[in-house]
Design a protein. Structure first.
Length: 539
């Protein structure tokens, strides 16, 4: 059985744009050693999706008159794909499990007991493969056109895979950027097998929640950041397209993905500080600004105005205010839709993925940068969690005395600490540590929620004071009076919640203070500590 590791990048391209790419002068003379194959593959798994849940794909692919069995072990949270692959020729159309005993899958099946494997979905596509030579890099560019079939449904396949044979990951991104300069293309974070499983489960258009990477104590801090960044970008790319259909939950999850990625950059600032970090942060902030108003108005209408209207059904000013903010929400959704459709968005995702995978920080020969990058992640996590938790304990102890700006600052610290806890959770799998981690995470979530609602009240008050101070030009004096009265009702309702929210935030902070450490600070020597301590003083 042949075993190898693949490094590849995937781009999704509209079917009509593939011909334009092939015929473009930039690629027409560079597509050498062309080969074309029809590939028909059946993917197998158990009814409980045992293989998928353990990070494996098993397929039987028909190529000419041969049947080839392939097992892939996938590093989830993809941006750049890394796969361990085992491949062999078999007889027949069914998997030959007797041939996989020496693979990771064979060992897993032996440990867990046998599973009855059945066909789950099928892929049928034509692959046109070309070799690209770029300054010493050897890259195979495969253009796949066809479909995925499952449970009577189908989804098109129209994608370009760039597989690195020789060179570095940055070479793949350079070619991807050349493609984006010619046709619109989206960086693909889902493999054909992931899309096939979704189609079989009828969840192809479902909103995705955040997932945390599989970290372990043997990793370096640099490797940990790459996995965290991948997971965040996967989360973002999975949900952003659904915004086009005005899916409010997808919009919220896209913003969560952005916040998590920005928090990860802040958390690992000592590791990833390079000459590209500010450009990446600028583009992430741009997208956050484009998506923010629509989500804020969703929340305003459903969680603020809605309940007050329910209690005051005969108040005409509330109807007028609702319609006014609904019109603003529609305009804001158009803004969000335009953002995720834009070339700027596609390039932002590509640039961010390249930086996460192969940015200057990842290969810097600078002694200080290298020491930070190679620092054991367990040590890095312990220091970060200790430092961030200490700040929350100190500042939160005076929560009743904090003004609006200070409460907002505390909320941001709590949010970053919560995300750090989630990112590093894979390092603490012991029963005792896991229990303590869940307790801390729950306390942080509660504290973040209460502080968030307090921040929203301050923001909403300004909006409704504006309604009072600036009557609508098209309305009558009576209509303006009714709107002002309704705005006052909403402000009063919000203000009445402040005392209770502060009390609940104080209790959540007290709960957090009682939590025990779920991490241990590993032994370290002074040589390892010095570079990181110095880095923490940088912005």
């Amino acid at each position: 059985m042949v075993s190898q590791t693949e490094v590849e990048l995937k781009l999704w391209v509209a079917p009509g744009d593939i011909a334009a790419l092939r015929n473009h002068p930039h690629f027409a003379g560079a597509l050498h050693h062309h080969s074309r194959q029809m590939l028909d593959s059946i993917y197998f798994d158990s009814d409980d999706r045992f293989l998928r849940d353990h990070g494996f794909n098993l397929r039987v692919r028909h190529i000419g008159g041969k049947s080839v069995q392939t097992i892939k072990s996938i590093d989830h949270g993809v941006g750049l794909f890394e796969r361990s692959e085992w491949e062999q020729t078999i007889a027949g159309d069914e998997p030959d499990l007797a041939q996989v005993s020496e693979t990771a899958l064979g060992r897993l099946l032996a440990d867990e007991g046998g599973r009855e494997l059945k066909p789950v979905f099928e892929t049928r596509f034509e692959r046109s493969a070309y070799h690209l030579d770029r300054s010493g890099a050897d890259v195979v560019m495969a253009i796949d056109e066809g479909e995925i079939l499952a449970t009577g449904s189908s989804r098109p396949i129209s994608e370009i895979e760039l597989e690195l044979k020789q060179g570095c990951p940055a070479d793949l991104f350079k070619i991807a950027r050349e493609i984006l300069d010619i046709v619109p293309a989206d960086l693909g974070f889902k493999s054909k097998s992931e899309r096939g499983y979704e189609l079989a489960a009828k969840s192809a258009d479902a909103v995705e929640m955040a997932s945390d990477p599989e970290l372990n104590a043997d990793m370096s801090a640099g490797r940990a950041f790459t996995l965290v960044g991948r997971a965040c970008l996967h989360h973002l790319a999975a949900n952003a397209p659904l915004i086009i259909g005005r899916d409010g939950t997808a919009l919220h999850q896209t913003r969560v993905a952005l916040r998590r990625l920005r928090a990860a950059i802040s958390l690992f600032a000592a590791v990833v500080a390079d000459d590209r970090i500010e450009a990446i942060k600028t583009e992430l902030k741009w997208l956050a600004r484009e998506l923010g108003p629509a989500r804020d108005l969703d929340t305003l209408l459903s969680e603020v105005i809605g309940p007050v209207r329910e209690r005051n059904r005969h108040e005409p000013g509330l109807v007028s205010i609702s319609k006014s903010f609904a019109r603003k929400r529609l305009k804001s959704y158009r803004q969000a839709q335009e953002a995720v459709r834009s070339a700027r968005f596609r390039m932002m995702v590509l640039d961010s993925a390249e930086w996460v995978e192969a940015g200057p920080w990842s290969s810097s020969a600078d002694v200080l940068m290298r020491a930070r990058r190679e620092m054991p992640v367990e040590l890095f996590a312990s220091e970060q969690l200790s430092r961030r938790y200490k700040k929350i304990r100190r500042r939160g102890a005076k929560i009743n005395d904090l003004d609006t700006a200070q409460l907002h600052g505390l909320r941001i610290q709590v949010k970053k600490a919560r995300y750090a806890t989630e990112f590093f959770s894979g390092l603490y799998r012991g029963r005792k540590s896991a229990k303590q981690l869940r307790y801390v995470k729950s306390s942080l979530m509660q504290l973040q929620a209460y502080l968030g609602r307090l921040n929203d009240i301050a923001t909403h008050k300004a909006l409704f004071l504006d309604v009072i101070d600036h009557p609508a030009k098209a309305g009558t004096e009576e209509q303006s009076r009714r709107r002002a009265f309704a705005a006052g009702l909403i402000i009063g309702d919000q203000q009445a919640q402040i005392e209770g929210l502060l009390e609940r935030a104080r209790k959540a902070h007290s709960r957090f203070e009682r939590a025990k450490k779920f991490w241990k600070l590993p032994n370290r020597n002074s040589a390892t500590a010095a570079p990181v301590a110095a880095a923490e003083t940088q912005p």
